[in-house]
Ligand binder design. Structure first.
Ligand code: C5P
Length: 222
């Protein structure tokens, strides 16, 4: 089988990471969660009290930062300067601020270069917002995954419960809508469906059905 690149983009809470993980496992590919990188940068900036609108300082910080993604049985672990921050980067505070940090072109440039390096040999499933449009423009399979805001908020709520993070459906709906707006309206590689991406609405699909849909498409071209 060919070691293709699979790009999965879409708004917050559409199920990208859950489904991408399963697809990668089934194919024996590596899964890369690019959102985790933007989250790690945001987490460090907040910890070091760097202004999130201060692009120059963020850039300087990022030059002295190591972000390593390690595959693990329960998904992917994120190491920031050698420390496992997989839990911390999912906090409500990081989630509320990550889109501001991710809007800076310099930050994107640095992280995108890293993502392209990780994907260079193929056999990769990468999820994010700009994978099909910028990071992996030549990916053999591009999926744009979405679901209704209601459904996405419900999923995040259940997800948060499992992680022990307190939240409410109403505030999650607001947070998701706000993040989608920032991610879609920013200047630098906004969230948008690539012309050659296949649209997958997961509102009425369970995890297995959505994963199978992508696996079917992948197997057709592998
Ligand atoms: O996927 P996740 O929800 O963890 O992404 C967190 C944030 O990181 C997004 O809301 C977006 O602002 C940013 N992001 C991005 N480009 C990507 C992946 C994530 O701008 N490829």
């Amino acid at each position: 089988a060919k070691k293709i690149q699979i790009a999965i983009d879409g708004p917050a809470g559409a199920g990208k990471s859950t489904i991408a993980k399963i697809v990668a496992e089934e194919l024996g590919f590596t899964y890369i969660d690019t959102g985790a990188m933007y989250r790690a940068v945001t987490y460090k900036a907040m910890k070091e009290n760097i202004g999130l609108s201060d692009e120059k300082s963020l850039e300087k910080m990022l030059m002295n930062t190591s972000i390593v993604l390690k595959p693990s049985p329960n998904g992917q672990l994120v190491f920031l300067d050698g420390e496992d921050v997989s839990q911390q980067i999912r906090s409500n505070e990081v989630t509320a601020n990550v889109s501001e940090v991710a809007a800076h072109p310099i930050i994107r440039e640095i992280l995108v270069a890293k993502q392209q390096e990780l994907a260079a040999n193929g056999g990769i499933v990468m999820d994010g917002r700009d994978i099909g449009t910028h990071v992996l423009k030549d990916a053999e399979l591009k999926i744009f995954m979405s679901a209704s805001v209601e459904e996405r908020a419900k999923r995040r709520f259940i997800d948060n419960e499992k992680r022990g993070i307190p939240s409410s459906i109403e505030s999650l709906k607001e947070e998701i809508a706000k993040r989608d707006k920032l991610d879609s309206e920013r200047e630098a590689s906004p969230l948008i469906q690539a012309e050659d991406a296949i649209y997958l609405d997961t509102t009425h699909l369970n995890i297995e059905e959505a994963a199978n849909e992508i696996l079917k498409l992948a197997n057709e071209i592998m």
